[in-house]
Design a protein around this ligand. Structure first.
Ligand code: COA
Length: 142
């Protein structure tokens, strides 16, 4: 699936990439260089009754502003039947412990402005709102 997507990208954007990197893109004013980045992280999960019922991801990222890495939290989810039992708190306890152990200077995440349950979960733990999140929807090839 991923490979097909990459092939698709190569096929359809070859000429646009060529234009971008030989400086002819958008009037040929500048050349933009690129280098690949490697990002890793951890997936946390809790099992109950022999099946996974709660999960979260911590991606470890870097920018050019700080020496230290930072974390991005994604996909915090507890199956409906298991909510209200402290499972997401257990997941975040472990996730935050790992983040500290790895020397991350901050952890960030996105939640919907109407998701008051999630906001309560995080703010009780010391997380705070820093500003708006912006999103751009992209068309992904089937
Ligand atoms: C948000 C979610 C992960 C919480 O998981 P959970 O295991 O039920 O949460 P916990 O039992 O550990 O509760 C932790 C805190 O969350 C908040 N919370 C949980 N359920 C709540 C509810 N029904 N109403 C209000 N606050 C609630 C409370 O602050 C709670 O702390 P408290 O028990 O001291 O009041 C879960 O509801 C979920 O998976 N929702 C759908 C996916 C989602 O919204 N994920 C977050 C994306 S950022």
């Amino acid at each position: 699936m991923v490979k097909e997507r990459l092939d698709f990208t190569r096929r359809t954007c070859q000429s646009c990439l060529h234009q971008l990197f030989d400086g002819t893109h958008r009037g040929g004013i500048m050349t933009v260089s690129k280098s690949p980045l490697n990002a890793g992280g951890f997936r946390f999960a809790i099992e109950r009754d022999g099946k996974e019922v709660a999960r979260a991801r911590l991606y470890i990222l870097k920018n050019d502003i700080h020496e230290e890495h930072f974390g991005y939290v994604e996909d915090v989810h507890v199956d409906e039947a298991y909510r209200g039992q402290g499972l997401s708190s257990d997941l975040l306890d472990e996730l935050e412990k790992v983040a500290k152990r790895f020397g991350l200077y901050k952890i960030v995440l996105h939640t919907e402005s109407v998701n008051f349950v999630a906001q309560s979960l995080y703010t009780k733990r010391g997380w705070y709102v820093v500003g708006p999140t912006l999103r751009l929807d992209l068309e992904v090839a089937a």
